[in-house]
Design a protein around this ligand. Sequence first.
Ligand SMILES: [Zn+2]
Length: 99
Amino acid sequence: MKLSKEIRTYCATCKKHTVHTASVVSVSRKRGKMSTGERQKSRGARGHGGHGKFSKVPVSRMARRSKTTRKIPVKLACKECGKASQRSIGRMKKTEIKR
Ligand SMILES: [Zn+2]
């Protein structure tokens, strides 16, 4: 779905409807150095014993998922006060901001 670059909606700081600039929030961001799961998995490389749940063939997260779309968070920044907020705009496969 194509979103318009500017949306007129309520701003909680200004306490009225103002023009907001919309941008799609990027979701994937690598956190920290090594997650618990990554540490568990690397223990398997030590040598002794089975690898626990890592002995099985991995099933991708997408295969376990029943839904084919995801909820899209949109970052809305108020043009008057500059305050930004996030809002979900419902389920869709693909989003892009109109030029
Ligand atoms: Zn505002």
